[in-house]
Design a protein around this ligand. Structure first.
Ligand code: PLP
Length: 388
């Protein structure tokens, strides 16, 4: 029995196991009732007329871009401070990512900074609720309306969160959620597009299935239909096993969110007296669905110090990670577009000082206390080393 406190851990119970087993016994493993049920639950939860289940969040973002007709020669605005998928999807569509720096407080893009990067080739804006924080989405939606450039919400970190009464997933022309095992709910791998645009949804349904007509439900275990190929497509389908797990997990979304919120508030209590450490702030009109609990070291700490602190936590069997490296400084984007250190100063500065701490259902108060004490100890040690 190990005492490792992992960075994340999926919340899987007997109902989940039963739901997946039932699909296995049914003989219908793809394109079936569980996918439809999962889509219905998601569209109802978010308040959107259409939901399209796909194999990952990245696949969903790619399909939305394709569905909007975005391709070579087009530019798409995307945050420098995010998970790399929100930039990769643009290149999958053959378009060029145009990065925007983050606001140091919210870690999201500011509408004014986005507006400054618009050109006559800009075809979409990908707005990310970084770490699940929807602050600024209303302003991005207004900017998108003003310039008639569609806003795509990369809501992959925000399932269940709200800004006022507006759920995450309802700000853009379409929004995409993800169900990788570290997200609020998981299907192992998976994603979901939600939108009120039926034509866009039908295009995505077709493209996830090799470009076959949207009504094509031929699958092993059925009598089969074959409606022909309408356009270039991919295999971005979600299997019935994944969808059944999604249905089972969605039933507990509120419970899971409450448990994660308790973890977050214990952290905030436990860390409130640690000097030179910034804990996440939640604006008054934000209802957070906690994806990760990310703290930020004060400006006195360098990127090296931060890495050393993460290593120290890991040596003590505590999961920790540097969320997120600034995307334009990854080798791929440096090579492709010539980015250098200093191009996105806020994103770079923040990315050198953030530490994601363990966050999952079942992480107890004693463990949170231990994590807080260990973090403080590692911070002190790092500071002593600097004074040698
Ligand atoms: C998780 C995530 C995605 C999608 O991830 P997949 O692993 O493809 O499901 C996209 N954008 C952001 C910001 C994410 O955090």
């Amino acid at each position: 029995m190990s005492n490792v406190i992992p960075l994340s851990r999926p919340d899987i119970n007997d109902d989940d196991v039963r739901a997946v087993s039932e699909v296995l016994r049914s003989g219908r493993l793809s394109i079936g009732p569980s996918t439809l049920a999962f889509e219905d639950m998601m569209s109802q939860r978010i308040g959107r007329s259409e939901a399209v289940a796909v194999s990952s969040g990245t696949a969903g973002l790619h399909l939305v871009l394709e569905g909007l007709g975005i391709g070579p020669g087009d530019e798409v605005i995307t945050p420098a401070f995010s998970f790399v998928a929100s930039a990769n999807c643009i290149e999958h569509a053959g378009a060029k990512p145009v990065f925007v720096d983050c606001d140091p407080r919210t870690l999201n893009m500011n509408a004014e900074d986005v507006e400054a990067k618009l050109t006559d080739r800009t075809r979409a804006i990908i707005g990310v609720e970084v770490f699940g924080n929807p602050t600024g989405m209303r302003e991005l939606a207004a900017l998108s309306a003003k310039h008639e450039i569609p806003l795509i919400e990369d809501a992959c970190e925000g399932l269940g969160g709200r800004l006022g009464n507006e759920p995450i997933g309802r700000f853009g022309r379409a929004a995409v959620f993800a169900f990788y095992p570290n997200k609020q709910i998981t299907t192992g791998e998976g994603g979901m597009i939600v939108t009120d645009d039926q034509r866009l949804a039908d295009a995505c349904r077709s493209m996830r299935n090799q470009g076959r007509a949207a009504g094509d439900r031929s699958a092993p275990g059925t009598t089969g239909t074959n409606l022909g190929v309408e356009r270039l497509g991919w295999n971005y389908r979600m299997s019935e096993l994944h969808a059944a797990l999604g249905v089972s997990q969605m039933k507990r979304l509120d419970e899971i969110m409450e448990a994660r919120a308790r973890v977050a508030s214990h952290y905030t209590q436990a860390l409130s007296n640690v000097s030179d450490l910034v804990v996440p702030t939640v604006e008054a009109d934000v209802f957070m669905s906690w994806f990760v609990y990310v703290v930020r070291l004060g400006l006195a700490y360098s990127g090296e110090d931060r890495d050393e602190i993460i290593e120290g936590l890991r040596r003590h069997d505590i999961g920790a990670a540097a969320y997120f490296p600034s995307i334009p400084l990854f080798n791929h984007f440096r090579r492709e577009y010539g980015y250098e250190a200093g191009d996105f100063p806020m994103s770079e500065s923040v990315s050198q000082r953030t530490i994601a701490l363990p966050m999952y259902v079942g992480l107890g108060e004693p463990e949170i206390e231990l994590i807080a004490q260990t973090l403080e100890l590692m911070m002190t040690r790092t500071r002593f080393r600097d004074k040698d």
